[in-house]
Design a protein around this ligand. Structure first.
Ligand SMILES: NCc1[nH]cc(CCC(=O)O)c1CC(=O)O
Length: 315
C-alpha cells in the first residue's frame, strides 16, 4: 500500500464492479482517512465468450490476471466471487477475508412459466453450469438444456433474444445487480445444491502484507468461513472446478456445528449421488473431505473418470 491508498483489483463486469464497490464502501466507512481506488482488469474468462465454460477449462479463469498483478504490486487486494476461486491459491497470496453469505441459492427466471414445475415437456432451459444442468435433468429428464454464457446482464437479454423458456442464475448475482424482481422461483435445495462458496465474496491479498490484511480483517465472517472451509475441502477432494457436476452447501447450526450437503451427478443427470453430514465447525475440512469420499465411493468416482476421459478427448 502506497500513500495511504489501497488499490482494489476487479474484473469489469457489472457484477464484479458491484462487488468491488461494496468492499470499497465498507472500507471507506470504516476508515474515513483511507483512499480507496479501483483498478479494472480483464481475465481470460471475460475474453472467451463464445465457448462453454466447461470446454475452456483451466483453473483460475476469472482470477489469474488479478493475481499476477497483485504479486507484481499493481493492486493490493482482489475481490472475487468465492465460487470463482480455485481451491488452491497461488504461492504468495492468500484469501484473507470471506464476507457474510446471504443468498447461496439458484434462481429460475421465467416470465412465462415462472416455476420449474410449470415448464412444459421439452422446455428450453438456459444455463452453462454442468452442476445446474445435471441436477435439473435428474429432476426433469425431458428438459432441453442449452448453453448460456455471458455476464448476468447478457444472460437476461438472451432469455428473450434466444427464446428460452427459462434460464437459471445465482440468486446472489441477480440481487446484487437489482434484478431481484426478475426471479420467478428460487430452486429448492432438495433439488439443486449450489456451487462451492456461491453467494460469498473472497478478498485475496499478498500473504506477507500484514498492513492490508489487518485493514480488511473486519470484513471476515467466521460462520461463512467455516462453511467455505467445508465446501472447498469437498471440492478439492473431487477435483471439481466448473468441469464436474458437483454441488455442496454447508450451513451453520447451533452449538458450533455445521450441516453439509453435497451431490455428484453424471452429465445427463441419470446418476446422482447425494448425502449429508453433520459435525463440529472446528473440523469443517474433514467434514467436507469425508462427504466427498462417501459420494465418490457411492459411484461418483466412475463419473469423474468418465468426464476426465471426455475432456482428454476434446483437448
Ligand atoms: N459464474 C459467474 C458467477 N460468479 C458468481 C456469480 C453469482 C454471485 C455469487 O455466486 O456470489 C455468477 C453468476 C451466476 O452464476 O449466475
Amino acid at each position: 500500500m502506497k500513500n495511504d491508498t489501497i488499490v482494489i483489483g476487479t474484473r469489469s463486469s457489472k457484477l464484479a464492479l458491484w462487488q468491488a464497490d461494496y468492499v470499497a464502501d465498507c472500507l471507506r466507512k470504516r476508515y474515513p482517512e483511507l483512499r480507496v481506488e479501483k483498478k479494472l482488469m480483464t481475465t481470460k474468462g471475460d475474453k472467451i465468450l463464445d465457448a462453454p465454460l466447461a470446454k475452456i477449462g483451466g483453473k483460475g479463469l476469472f482470477t489469474k490476471e488479478l493475481e499476477q498483478d497483485m504479486l507484481a504490486g499493481g493492486i493490493d487486494i482482489a475481490v472475487h466471487s468465492l465460487k470463482d476461486m480455485p481451491t488452491e491459491v497461488p504461492e504468495g497470496l492468500v484469501i484473507s477475508a470471506i464476507t457474510e453469505r446471504f443468498d447461496p441459492g439458484d434462481a429460475v427466471v421465467s416470465p412465462k412459466y415462472r416455476t420449474l414445475e410449470n415448464l412444459p415437456q421439452g422446455a428450453k432451459v438456459g444455463t452453462s453450469s454442468l452442476r445446474r444442468k445435471a441436477q435439473l435433468l435428474h429432476a426433469r429428464p425431458d428438459l432441453q438444456i442449452s448453453d448460456l454464457r455471458g455476464n448476468v446482464n447478457t444472460r437476461l437479454e438472451k432469455l428473450e433474444r434466444e427464446h428460452f423458456d427459462a434460464i437459471i442464475l445465482a440468486v446472489a448475482g441477480l440481487k446484487r445487480l437489482g434484478f431481484a424482481d426478475r426471479i420467478t422461483e428460487v430452486l429448492p435445495r432438495e433439488m439443486v445444491l449450489p456451487a462451492v462458496g456461491q453467494g460469498a465474496l473472497a478478498i485475496e491479498t499478498r500473504e506477507n502484507d500484514r498492513e492490508v490484511r489487518n485493514l480488511i480483517a473486519f470484513l471476515n465472517d467466521e460462520a461463512t468461513v467455516a462453511c467455505a472451509r467445508a465446501e472447498r475441502a469437498f471440492l478439492a477432494r473431487v477435483e471439481g472446478g466448473c468441469q464436474v457436476p458437483v454441488g455442496v452447501y454447508a450451513v451453520p447450526e447451533a452449538e458450533g456445528r455445521l450441516h453439509v450437503e453435497a451431490v455428484i451427478a453424471s452429465l445427463d443427470g441419470a446418476r446422482l449421488y447425494r448425502d449429508a453430514a453433520v459435525g463440529s465447525a472446528a473440523e469443517a475440512e474433514s467434514l467436507g473431505t469425508a462427504l466427498a469420499d462417501k459420494l465418490l465411493a457411492m459411484g461418483g468416482i466412475a463419473i469423474l473418470h468418465e468426464i476426465g476421459l471426455l475432456l482428454d478427448r476434446k483437448a
